[in-house]
Design a protein around this ligand. Structure first.
Ligand SMILES: *Cc1c(COP(=O)(O)O)cnc(C)c1O
Length: 355
């Protein structure tokens, strides 16, 4: 089998989705599965749907196009504001998009009309993390724009916290969103079907709050894929954290001195580590580089240490681990390493069920 390759256990992803769906159901919150970290993999999307996700979402139009091939009527939400230059593709690939800009909404309306489609819109509200979001006082104007647009449907309101400034979802900021939903519904005599409170960073709040208000949807990627919540990267109880592995092949296995020799300056990707120690290292080079994975979040097997990673070479201290040229080594992945591996053209993919 070819290396490097990303191995994906679809049963574990289905199980992770199911646990989160069941945990959020008592609060009346449904799960939208986010596939952007795996390049919109239809197999991963299908596993999330089997696990009870109500719909799928991705940040890239090309990924949503890939998901459009799945059987059955599944909502596909574009979770990054559409580019103006992309609206025609957006209304075809996505059934819904998250939006903040009037110019984009007008263009989406025109594109949907041209395509003979109705496009759902969730307006994103700024709640303090300062990435995407309409200021609370400007939401009413955006609502009026969408309600007046013949080919758009106002599905609801949403928010995103934690990604830019680590702002933690809590009863206060989620309460602002809930209150806004009620105000919009009474002011304009509409019913908002989607109130999307946020991403995996909302989980702790959602399961511990005594009042989740009007929030009825979370967009979950990392929690399903890696079984951790992203605020503190705490493992989520009952979830698999090893649904993904990156497999690389050893291309050199030579004992080497601990200390380099010769004058030292910078290495390929910055400062040379100041290595204290003497003796010999049981060193291996794996054919894996920064073009295939991010060294941050690449987790070697117990007893093996990463000494460095350049574009194409991963240098390991094997410790007591036996290894030889041609052997494969499996690595666990954090979010950054997963995204890099899933988007690298050099990494093949093996998605399996029933193992
Ligand atoms: C990436 C993203 C998500 C999913 O985030 P996770 O932390 O992976 O759950 C949800 N919403 C938006 C707007 C995103 O960009």
């Amino acid at each position: 089998m070819s290396a490097p390759r990303l191995e994906i256990d679809l049963d574990k992803l289905e199980a992770n989705t199911r646990v989160l769906v069941d945990r959020l159901a008592p609060a009346g919150i449904r799960v939208t599965g986010v596939t952007k970290a795996v390049l919109g993999s239809p197999a991963v999307g299908a596993a999330m749907l089997r696990g009870g996700a109500e719909g799928l979402a991705d940040s890239r139009v090309a990924n949503l196009d890939r998901l459009a091939g799945l059987d059955g009527p599944t909502s596909r939400t574009l979770i990054r504001s559409p580019m103006l230059s992309q609206v025609d593709a957006v209304v075809r690939a996505a059934t819904c998009s998250l939006n903040t800009e009037a110019a984009v909404l007008r263009a989406l309306d025109g594109a949907a009309e041209l395509a003979g489609l109705r496009h759902d819109v969730v307006l994103m509200v700024e709640l303090g993390d300062l990435r995407e979001g309409i200021p609370v006082e400007d939401v009413a104007a955006a609502v009026r724009l969408v309600l007046a647009a013949p080919s758009l449907r106002l599905a609801g309101l949403g928010a995103n916290l934690a990604c830019q400034n680590g702002v933690v979802p809590d009863d206060r900021n989620m309460g602002v969103l809930s209150d806004l939903v009620t105000t919009v519904e009474t002011s304009y005599d509409v019913t908002l079907t989607t109130v999307s409170g946020g991403n995996s960073a909302n989980l702790d709040w959602a399961v511990s709050s005594t009042n989740v208000g009007r929030i009825n949807d979370l967009r979950l990627g990392e929690a399903i894929l890696l079984g951790v919540e992203p605020l503190n990267r705490t493992p989520l109880e009952g979830l698999h954290r090893d649904a993904f592995a990156l497999v690389g092949e050893v291309i050199e296995r030579v004992d080497k001195p601990f200390q380099p020799w010769g004058d030292q300056a910078q290495s390929a990707f910055g400062v040379v580590p100041d290595r204290t120690g003497t003796g010999t290292v049981r060193q291996a080079i794996v054919a894996l580089g920064r073009q295939d994975a991010d060294p941050d979040g690449l987790v070697p097997p117990d007893g093996i240490t990463v000494l460095g990673m350049s574009s194409d070479h991963l240098v390991l201290d094997l410790g007591d681990h036996p290894s030889a040229v041609g052997e494969e080594i499996r690595f666990g992945l954090g979010y950054g390493a997963l995204v890099r591996a899933a988007t690298s053209p050099f990494v093949s993919r093996r998605e399996r069920t029933g193992c």
